[in-house]
Design a protein around this ligand. Structure first.
Ligand code: FAD
Length: 435
């Protein structure tokens, strides 16, 4: 499935009118710039600024306004359109159209009455309570950082800027919304033969635990369907997929047999882009003809630069079980930007945002709301028309200040019914955020 020009703009998140304009940006100018004029519902309205209009931020903006019309809610998102990472693996191999994944922010903003600003927040002044964008500054009473994740290449690629640039541009992970997915889709479509290598980050704090396994399975399905003489090699530091392992193994042993090699318990030592090799301790040098390099995840620069990430850590310190930062009672981090040990998933971000909306609504009126843990409901396709799922929530133990899985349900039998439920789940989520 090739993309036309209109589709390309959609996924890249730029309006056609913006194309061709110079993107140069003078930060010192923006720091001095005027406040963006935004009308408040009333002179007494408190303002909540949300940075990031992904699964967390878009849900939060809507439910804050639904809970209190007098609250002034400002959603600032650097991309013009919403691009869904969930279900994007299906789109990569042509199982669903691009329209399924792309949604607009403006309809919900005008329907629910929050401001939508298409801009990047470059800095936060915590003492004066301003965020700075290239379009001007915005004052806040409460600030929610729902900026998702960034990649940490230091472990496998090192810190040499040239190598990091090669990793980011030539072998993008495509685990953040947008343009990287275009590159990966083209790579899959243009792959002629050999080893298509994918990596899984170590630990459990990477975005979408089953995502790399679903992607590997579907790329293998695509190679098989199109009789491409290639195989997918999945290099994984875990001893097995952390979720839905049975479902993925069934796919690799039956549906795409011979198209997937699974290298589990692997320790990746480094990547040599020149020699096209991923070096591992257990499997030696793994040659690649193409590579989808998904490294460890970390907070976005904005959260680091706001001084909210403790030295040596990769996530902001929050007052568990809540999302308020330890350093600043007016700043919260939600979605994949939080440091809770929840599965970094869209469903988790969406259900968490429903609860955080209630907490913020209570905070602005000087009250408190009971803590509710989010829900992780996550489907994965293991064939072109079959899926498996996991559904769980979390329990907070105040004595240990820790979380444990709670009410875990799973269906590891790949079925068409589960695949249909996957599609219906995604549609229901988009409706919840944008309709
Ligand atoms: C391939 C793939 C498959 C997945 N499949 C599933 C699935 O099946 N089910 C599921 O539940 N989850 C799935 N996920 C996980 C899901 O996508 C994430 O957990 C979810 O997007 C997290 O939401 P978020 O709002 O925290 O982050 P995001 O959705 O990434 O949103 C963050 C937003 O912040 C914006 N932003 C960042 N910095 C700034 C800034 N400085 N200024 C302005 N804007 C900024 C970004 O542009 C982005 O839009 C999948 C992810 C991937 C990559």
């Amino acid at each position: 499935m090739k993309m036309n020009r209109r589709e390309l703009f959609k996924v890249a998140g730029v309006g056609a009118a913006a194309v061709g304009l110079s993107g140069s940006f003078n930060f010192s100018f923006a720091k001095k710039s005027e406040e963006i004029t935004l009308t408040k519902p009333s002179s007494k309205s408190q303002r909540v600024v949300i940075v990031g209009g992904g699964w967390s931020g878009a849900t939060l903006a809507k439910y804050l306004k639904r809970g209190n019309r007098d609250l002034d809610v400002v959603l600032i998102e650097k991309r013009a359109n919403f691009f869904s990472c969930p279900a994007s693996n299906l789109w990569l191999v042509g199982l669903i159209p691009l329209e399924f994944l792309v949604h607009d922010h403006l309809y919900a903003a005008s329907k629910y009455g929050y401001h939508f600003i298409n801009a990047t927040v470059h800095a936060i002044d915590r003492s004066k309570r301003y965020v700075y964008t290239e379009k001007g500054k915005v004052h806040y009473d409460y600030l929610v950082l729902a900026t998702g994740i960034d990649y940490d290449y230091s472990q496998w690629v090192g810190n040499n800027p040239k190598d990091v640039e090669i990793a980011r541009t030539k072998y993008p992970a495509a685990f953040v919304p947008g343009g990287e997915h275009l590159t990966l889709k083209r790579k899959i479509e243009e792959f002629e033969e050999g080893n298509f290598v994918l990596t899984v980050p170590p630990g459990l704090d990477y975005r979408c635990l089953p995502g790399p396994y679903e992607r590997a399975t579907l790329i293998a399905w695509y190679f098989k369907k199109n009789k491409i003489p290639g195989k997918v090699i999945l290099i994984d530091p875990h001893n097995d997929p952390p979720v839905k392992a049975e479902g993925f193994h069934k796919a690799w042993d039956e549906y795409v047999k011979g198209y997937v090699e699974y290298y589990s318990n692997a320790t990746i030592k480094g990547v040599d882009f020149g020699k096209k090799v991923v070096s591992t301790e257990e499997y030696g040098d793994v040659n690649f003809d193409d590579l989808n390099l998904y490294p460890r995840c970390k907070s976005t620069e904005l959260i680091y630069n706001a001084g909210l990430v403790p030295k040596g850590d990769r996530w902001p310190k929050l007052k568990w079980p809540y999302n308020v930062t330890v350093d600043d009672p007016r700043i919260l981090c939600t979605g994949d930007a939080r440091n809770h040990p929840f599965s970094k998933s869209g469903n988790t971000a969406n259900s968490e945002a429903h609860h955080v909306a209630k907490q913020i609504l209570a905070m602005v009126s000087g009250k408190s709301a009971e803590y509710m843990a989010p829900r992780t409901l996550c489907y994965s396709a293991v064939d072109a028309d079959k899926a498996v799922w996991v559904d769980l929530t979390y329990k907070y133990d105040p004595k240990k200040n820790s979380f444990a899985f709670h009410n875990v349900k799973m269906d590891n039998t790949p079925t068409g019914k589960n695949y249909k439920a996957y599609i219906e789940w995604a549609k229901a989520m988009y409706r919840d955020m944008f309709s």
